[in-house]
Design a protein around this ligand. Structure first.
Ligand SMILES: Nc1ncnc2c1ncn2[C@@H]1O[C@H](COP(=O)(O)OP(=O)(O)OP(=O)(O)O)[C@@H](O)[C@H]1O
Ligand SMILES: [Mg+2]
Length: 195
């Protein structure tokens, strides 16, 4: 059972998402995984342009919860408790969601699967695998202020620090290389979500 604080925060956060998609009997829950700069947020926006979803972008939600984020372990732990609660609330109502976060840790993903499963939603896992040299260039551009409207501040040093923490995805999943055209992957996921 979550604390009243987390429940209240999740309720407050839910109100910051206007134009919610229509509820469905079995909504899709897209779980995106990938290192910083691999193109998760870009991909999520493209997907949501094709099919209505609420995008739960961890970096955007972090800013809503913490005016001056520190990215500490405690802050991230609280953030994800709120995200889990929010995700559960949307799925309970039948609203399709995309979780845009690195989701590199197997145990963390297990928590997500149980939320999806107990709400009878359809899990779709998407792993971003983009060549490191492409990511490095993109992150350099982002730091130089060319990453328009980006919520993330992760740079190449964060990428390198996180790279050894990647844990293999055991479940069936889609793999996307965002250095190539992402449209075919978007179409496959749209098809899977609409089934
Ligand atoms: N398919 C793509 N084609 C061209 N540019 C892209 C593509 N995907 C991402 N980019 C660019 O690369 C940069 C990083 O992408 P994005 O912000 O989507 O990564 P991310 O995985 O969400 O990173 P973070 O974990 O830090 O949030 C952005 O400036 C974005 O515009
Ligand atoms: Mg992002």
């Amino acid at each position: 059972m979550e604390t009243l604080q987390v429940i209240a925060d999740a309720r407050r956060l839910a109100q910051t998402f206007p134009n919610l998609p229509e509820p469905e009997a079995r909504p899709a829950a897209v779980i995106v995984s990938g290192l910083p700069g691999t193109g998760k947020s870009f991909f999520c926006r493209q997907l949501a342009a094709r099919l209505p979803f609420v995008i739960l972008e961890s970096d955007a939600i972090r800013k809503k919860l913490f005016a001056n984020p520190t990215y500490s372990a405690a802050e991230s732990a609280y953030l994800f408790r709120a995200i889990h609660c929010l995700m559960e609330n949307f799925l309970q109502k039948g609203i399709p969601v995309i979780l845009d976060a690195t989701n590199l840790n197997r145990k963390h993903r297990e928590r997500l699967y149980s939320i999806v499963d107990r709400n009878h939603a359809k899990v779709i896992i998407v792993q971003m695998k983009t060549p490191a040299e492409v990511v490095q260039k993109r992150l350099k551009d982002r730091v130089n202020g060319n990453g328009n409207g980006d919520n993330s501040t992760a740079d190449w040093s964060v990428y390198k620090k996180m790279r050894p923490t990647v844990e293999k995805i055991d479940r069936r999943h889609f793999t996307v290389d965002t250095s190539k055209d992402v449209t075919p992957s978007i179409m496959k996921i749209v098809k899977e979500a609409s089934r």
